[in-house]
Every structure is written in C-alpha cells, then in structure tokens.
Design a protein around this ligand. Structure first.
Ligand code: C5P
Length: 234
C-alpha cells in the first residue's frame, strides 16, 4: 500500500517580498508563515511524515518552537539553487535514509501558501489516490488576461478558456516525480507538475479556491493574516 508524505520546500529567499528575512519566516498570527502550512499537513490523517527542506545556511529555523510537530516532522538541510533542485535533493535524501518507497505519494507544498485548508487537502488526496499520474490543486482563471509588449502596453488579450492557476500541494508518486525532476534539470520548471508534463504526461487538475494563494508581495501578508484569523475565530 502506498504511503503519503508531505514535502515543503522552504529554501527560497523570497526576493519579491523586499524583506531580509526569508518569507517563510515572516510572522502571520504570531507564527512563522511556514508554521501554518506544516500544521495543516501534519494534522492530515493520511500523511505519515512531513519533510521541510531548508537552505544549508538557514539560521532562522532553530529560533522557533516546532515541538507541536515532533512526532512526524523531519527537517532536511538540502535546499538547492531552484525550487526543483530543492525538491529533488530532498527526495534523494529521503530515499537514501529509507524513509520513502518508489510507489509512495509525495505531496509537495509551498511554504508560502499558509492558507491551505484540510478540506482542500482531503479533496486532493481523495481525487488522486487511484490516479495513474497524480495532479495538483488549481483554480480556473477568472480575470481577463493581457499579454504586454516591452513598454507595458497591451499587445493582445489572451483567451482564458481552459486556463487554470496552478497551486500546491502537487501530488505525484515518488518514482515519477524523481524521474520528472531529473529530466527537467535543464528546463526552467517552476512547479512539479511542469516537470511531469515534460515527460508527456497530463496531471489532473483538482478544483481549489483562491484562499490557497501564494504569499509573494508585501501586501499579501495582511490578506493571509485576515484569512487565518477568521479561520481561528469563526
Ligand atoms: O520563489 P517561489 O515563491 O516560487 O518559491 C516557492 C517555494 O519554493 C517557496 O516555499 C520557496 O521557499 C521554495 N524554494 C526552495 N528552494 C529554492 C527556491 C524556492 O525551496 N531554491
């Protein structure tokens, strides 16, 4: 029987956040941002271990209290230059330590998506457990999309038909994900699904909602905090 593992790449510097502190450590509701993602994944009954991938030079993690997660949290200091490299390094390390098997499901989730809910997570697992390939949470694009020229003027309007915004978690079996990421080391993939697509496969899109957005710019922090506060005090 395949087991379920969560893997949170948190080795990025968050340059678009304009803050010296890597964004996964910025405080949301008095906890580092990554705490909220760990919490949701940790409480899921299917997930038996949560891996967090840190940069080798990370000097923030140890300043916080993670004891609430001690039963199934493993920290790997093997982050790479890109997100894909960080994930691949962690997969290799986990296999070397005999912690994961070839058919196990890996749910890769960005540290910068603190508003993931247990409902979204359960839905992803339920819809994909019997799937040949795997897939990801995503939302159909709602806005009209403009393609710009080099002067920030509209070159043309893109059709939004069949367009989705990819989110995380993205859920693939260990062997497929490892093969896909190895195969795409020289392509610039920004998520796991793109690496799988580069093998000619079609990951399944599981409908999510806008609450699971990625905190990227300074103004996103206040919105994430509001969502988390509302959830904690309904
Ligand atoms: O930069 P971006 O927001 O796309 O990063 C998505 C996730 O990948 C973040 O959680 C970030 O910490 C992680 N990441 C990583 N290693 C890198 C770059 C990004 O683990 N080299």
């Amino acid at each position: 029987m395949s087991k379920f593992f969560a893997l949170i790449p948190a080795a990025g510097s968050g340059s678009r956040m304009a803050n010296e502190l890597p964004k996964q450590y910025l405080l949301l509701n008095n906890k580092p941002m990554i705490y909220h993602a760990i919490d949701t994944l940790y409480r899921n009954r299917f997930i038996i271990r949560v891996f967090v991938i840190l940069a080798p030079y990370d000097n923030e993690w140890h300043k916080h209290d993670w004891s609430a997660f001690s039963e199934k949290l493993t920290v790997l200091n093997c982050g790479g230059i890109t997100r894909a490299e960080s994930v691949l390094n962690a997969l290799t390390t986990a296999k070397q330590k005999n912690l994961v098997g070839a058919d196990d499901w890996i749910l890769v989730h960005d540290a910068a998506r603190p508003c993931l809910t247990s409902v979204q997570l359960d839905k992803l697992i339920n819809e994909l457990t019997g799937d040949e390939i795997g897939g990801l949470l995503a939302v159909p694009v709602a806005d009209t999309l403009k393609r710009s020229n080099s002067e920030d003027r509209v070159a043309h309007t893109e059709s939004r038909e069949n367009l989705w915004q990819a989110q995380t978690p993205q859920m693939f079996r260990y062997d497929l994900l490892t093969k896909a990421l190895h195969n795409s080391v020289h392509i610039n993939v920004t998520d796991d699904a793109s690496a799988v697509e580069a093998l000619g496969l079609q990951p399944k899109l599981v409908v999510s909602d806008a609450y699971n957005f990625k905190v990227t710019y300074p103004q996103d922090l206040a919105l994430a905090e509001l969502i988390i506060q509302k959830r904690n005090n309904p």
